[in-house]
Ligand binder design. Structure first.
Ligand SMILES: Cc1cc2nc3c(=O)[nH]c(=O)nc-3n(C[C@H](O)[C@H](O)[C@H](O)COP(=O)(O)O)c2cc1C
Length: 203
């Protein structure tokens, strides 16, 4: 069977969600997938970015990562989306990309894929779950197969978010345990997408 194609599509201003996305890419690759790691285009004005040195630095550090295009959705068997919490919901940058997908959706090209999501917030109860669930609303409209991590691996009992990997950015960079949860989430997505691919090929 052809390997599973996985797109990992994320937005990150100061690097937290980027670190989770990279770990997810590692997990997907280890699970045998072909992986596209794609950042969502920045929309913030230069003066907002330059007011935060960590934001400016992160843009420089990730200059070599390709920006997402609709083809990254069309190509994929499975998609992981990552976004920071913005007032309890997804970032405008991720939403702007999602709002370019009407033609693919209308052509039925977003249905039947596996989708999963991860997030970060500054505080422990600052909206990680509501942000992941907000992304899931989109997956429902697309006719996706949503694959959350649940508590299906011991690492989930350490990080404790069955909706998707998440991190409290106010505590510093993601720990190895959190990165492992992101790898595990991606592996579960790949395994599920592979099972669907095999089943569909056989039917
Ligand atoms: C406009 C705005 C709104 C935010 N809203 C929240 C929020 O509702 N709850 C929270 O805990 N953090 C909030 N944050 C903090 C970000 O979620 C946090 O900086 C982000 O998760 C860090 O991820 P990054 O390093 O990938 O950018 C907000 C930040 C901005 C700029």
């Amino acid at each position: 069977m052809e390997p599973v194609n996985v797109s990992i599509i994320y937005y990150s201003a100061t690097g937290t969600v980027h670190a989770l996305a990279q770990a997810a890419a590692e997990g997907a690759e280890k699970a045998g997938a072909r992986v596209r790691l794609r950042k969502v285009a920045e929309l913030a004005p230069p003066e907002a970015i330059s007011s935060n040195p960590a934001w400016s630095q992160h843009i420089q550090d990730t200059a070599d990562i390709a920006e997402v295009s609709p083809d990254d959705l069309a190509w994929a068997d499975a998609v992981l989306f990552g976004t920071p919490t913005r007032f309890g919901t997804i970032s405008s940058q991720v939403k702007a990309f999602i709002d370019t997908t009407g033609p693919l959706w209308f052509a039925g090209k977003l249905a039947d894929k596996v989708y999963s999501a991860f997030s970060a917030s500054n505080t422990a109860h600052g909206g990680q779950e509501s942000t992941i669930l907000a992304l899931s609303n989109v997956f429902y409209h697309w006719g996706g197969v949503i694959v959350p991590p649940g508590y299906t691996d011991p690492v989930q009992f350490k990080t404790g978010n069955p909706y998707g990997t998440s991190h409290v950015a106010g505590d510093g960079a993601p720990s190895e345990v959190t990165l492992q949860a992101a790898r595990y989430q991606a592996q579960r997505v790949v395994d599920t997408a592979a099972a669907l691919k095999i089943g569909r090929a056989a039917s």
